[in-house]
Design a protein around this ligand. Sequence first.
Ligand code: GTP
Length: 327
Amino acid sequence: MKALVLIGGFGTRLRPITYLVPKQLIPLAGKPMLYHVLDLLPPEVEEVVLATGYKAELVEAYVRAHPPRWPVRTVPEAQPLGTGGGMKNAGGGMSDPFFLLNSDVIAAADLGAMARRHRSSGGVGTMALASVEDTRPYGVAALDADDRITAFVEKPEPRDAPSHWINAGLAVWAAAVLDRIPTGRPVSFEREVVPGLLAARVYGHRLERYWDDAGTPDRLLNAQRLLFDDGRGGDGRLPPGAHGTGPVATLEGATAHDAHLGPYVTLGPNARVEPGARVRNSVLMDGVVVGRDARVEGSILGPGFRVPDGARVENAVLAGGDPETPS
Ligand code: GTP
C-alpha cells in the first residue's frame, strides 16, 4: 500500500511560528510532528506521497536531509487546493486501497489493523474516529451497530452533532474515491466528497487510546505530553548539567547547564538554556536561547527566538528573535 499525506495547509492557528516553518516540522517530544504521523504507518508501505503546498520547499529539504524509512515523493500545489484538491493533485498512481493521513494528528493507532479491517469490510473507506468532548472543529460521524458511518457532518453546531466520534485524520480509501474529486479547483474532501461516498459503505475505526490534533498551541503541547507519556519521546533524559524531572527531548547541540527543565520539554537543535533558567511544558525550536534566570512555561518558541535574561514567558507562541528587538 501507498500513503498519501496532506501537508499543504497554512497552519494559521500556530502563527507566528508558521510564518517561518510549516507546523509539521515543529518538533514534539524530539521529533517533527510529521514524523510522528509517519511512525504510525506499517513497515510494508511501499511509498509515501506528501501533498505539499505552503512552504513546500522547507518540507522537501527537511525530508531530504532526514529520510524516513519509506521512499518519499513530494507533490507540491501551485496554489492551495484544499484537502480534496491536494489528494487529486498528488494522487496519481495511488495504490488501491491507500492510506490518507493528515500530518498534524498525534495518535495511538494500528493502521495495519485498520487496513485489514477495511479490506474485509468490502466498503470504499474506513476512517479512524476519535472521541472528543467538543466536536465543533471537526467532522462528526453517526454510526450504526456495525460501525458503518451513516452520516458525516463537517464542523456542526453542537446541537447538530450526531455523536462524539470525529474524523481523526487517518483513513484507508479505495483508489476509486479519487475519481470523485473534481479537478483544478479547491475541494474540501470532507465537505464535498465524503458524504456522497457513504452509500458505497464507509466504516469507522474507533481509536481506543489517545488522539489529539496538534494544530493549536494548547493541543500541540497536549500532544507532546501524550507522546512523552507513551514513551515516544526517546529516553526523555535531561541534558548534561541540567536539573529537574524530565521527560525532556534534547536534540543535537542543545545545552542547558545549571538550568531547570521539565516536565515535557523539547530542546531543539542548538537551543541553549542558560544557568538559573527554568523551562517546562514547552517546545524550543532550533537555536532558541533562554537567558539566565528566565522562565518559560506552556510555550512554543520558534527558530532563533531569544528570551532575555530574567524574562517570563507563559502560554505564548513566539517567533522572530528577541521580543525587545523584533527582527
Ligand atoms: P489552520 O490554518 O490552523 O486551520 O491549519 P491547516 O491549514 O493545517 O488546516 P487543517 O488543520 O484543517 O488541515 C488538516 C490537514 O490538511 C493538515 O494536514 C493540512 O496540512 C492539510 N491541508 C489543509 N489544507 C490543505 C491544502 O490546501 N492542500 C494540501 N495539500 N493539504 C492541506
